[in-house]
Design a protein. Structure first.
Length: 463
């Protein structure tokens, strides 16, 4: 059992990392285009519009994207699958109708640039997020990877098409994201029809709606509170520093999202293994080993991304955005604590005690919002990212002690050594600005990361 679960976890991690890395690489190719051809104000407006869309996403979906996967992952009951999928999608279509009615009145009260495209983006993102979770459970992890790659490739291709050939400016980004998500769903679904064939009005039953909401509603509160932690930063920046400053923040966020993407890939794979193994007799040892080794990888990645961006900034971003390089290290440190907190969140998903997740995220939001205002007003963009880092550190610490009664994670030498490396790397990053030093650190850390991954492969094969 131990051999099999380690191998399965490794296989799942590789699957998700390859898929998400491919998707992120395609999205990564857009960064030079965005920073070389768009001005700070344009990029800042698109970035804050995207933030608004992502803020609305859990509300529009009622976090049913989470319940879709969790309720279907361990079932072979075809009737149950049809009830869950049918109930989920019909609820979502009802929500879409309500949103359309509300949206039709908003232009009378507010003037919002690209309003129709923003509304269509909300629809496309919402439907896509629910569908890809259905793909994970009904199809396979491989199909989940395929659809992500297809959507990313189409986004890149269509952005280039609408921007370079049709001269649509930032409209090209909205249009490309909408079409790519709808197209990716159709490409996966039409030849197989494993999701659509399970959807029927006769399977839309009240008892299954209640079951979906019992799982998803606590997650909704968590998602909204989490959005209050992450989203206001850009809105606060926009208020105090202007759209131009959001344009500076955007490239740093894009590069930091590489770490978030890798952490998300791990979490998607770990979620499956964790749910299937949390009842095993050695679950504390197993979860703790994975957690501590995961921390090492995250901290090494912070150094790789930060020193890599500074070493090759001339070819990665436009000169107008070089200021964002100074923000990347702190931004990546915040991502480390976010990923560790997400790891701990999965413990409650294993037991379906999702309501407990809400305690930590709500208190974190209460701390984060005023701190973001205070630090942004006093220290600018550095203050914004510092506030986010403090919030995520708090979230991790809260969850670490909160989960002790359910499944206590034991921190070993690897965990503490990781943060010593992170602190030393931070001192070098902010106290030096020499290309030779950057190349040396990048080379050494990349070697350590490769060595670590090879030893992990050996660990998996032996166990």
């Amino acid at each position: 059992m131990k051999i099999e679960r380690n191998r399965q976890l490794a296989k799942d991690i590789v699957t998700y990392v390859i898929g998400n890395t491919g998707s992120k690489f395609l999205a990564f190719l857009l960064i030079p285009i965005l920073t070389f051809f768009l001005g700070r104000e344009e990029l800042g407006y698109y970035d804050i519009s995207l933030e608004a869309i992502l803020f609305l996403l859990p509300i529009i979906t009622l976090q049913m994207r989470e319940s879709t996967f969790r309720l279907l992952i361990n079932t072979n009951d075809e009737s149950y699958r049809k009830h869950i999928l049918s109930s989920t999608f019909f609820i979502e279509f009802i929500i879409f109708a309500i949103v359309l009615v509300i949206a039709s009145f908003l232009p009378f009260f507010f003037s919002i640039r690209y309003f129709r495209l923003i509304v269509l983006s909300v629809y496309a993102y919402s439907l896509y997020e629910i569908y890809i979770q259905a793909v994970r459970s009904v199809y396979s992890s491989a199909h989940f990877v395929y659809i992500s790659l297809i959507a990313s490739f189409l986004t890149l291709a269509l952005t280039l098409l609408f921007y370079l050939f049709f001269k649509r400016g930032i409209e090209a980004l909205f249009i490309a994201n909408i079409i790519s998500r709808i197209s990716a769903m159709l490409i996966i679904e039409i030849p197989r029809r494993k999701v659509l064939s399970n959807i029927s009005l006769r399977y839309f039953k009240r008892e299954y709606v209640r079951e979906i909401f019992r799982y998803s509603m606590p997650m909704l509160g968590t998602a909204v509170a989490f959005a209050i932690i992450t989203s206001p930063g850009k809105f606060v920046v926009n208020y105090f520093l202007g759209t131009d400053a959001n344009g500076i923040l955007a490239p740093a966020h894009k590069f930091m999202s590489i770490l978030i993407m890798l952490g998300t890939s791990f979490s998607q794979a770990w979620q499956v293994t964790a749910v299937k193994n949390y009842r095993e007799h050695d679950n504390v040892k197993f979860f703790s080993e994975v957690f501590n080794k995961y921390t090492i990888a995250l901290c090494l990645l912070v150094l790789c991304i930060s020193f890599g961006l500074r070493s090759f900034k001339t070819i990665l971003i436009g000169s107008e955005f070089y200021q964002s390089v100074n923000l990347i290290y702190i931004y990546c440190v915040s991502a480390v604590f976010y990923c560790l907190a997400l790891f701990l969140e999965i413990i409650y998903q294993c037991t379906k005690q999702t309501a407990k997740i809400l305690y930590s995220i709500v208190t974190c939001a209460v701390i984060s919002f005023p701190l973001t205002i205070l630090l942004t007003k006093s220290f600018g963009l550095t203050g914004t990212i510092t506030a986010l880092t403090v919030a995520y550190v708090y979230l991790f610490i809260f969850r670490y002690f909160q989960t002790k009664s359910t499944l206590p994670i034991r921190l070993n030498r690897d965990f503490w050594l990781s943060f010593i490396v992170l602190a030393v790397g931070g001192v070098i990053f902010y106290c030096t600005n020499n290309r030779i030093v950057d190349y040396t650190v990048l080379f050494m850390v990349s070697g350590l990361l490769i060595y670590y991954l090879l030893t992990m492969k050996k660990y998996v094969s032996k166990n």
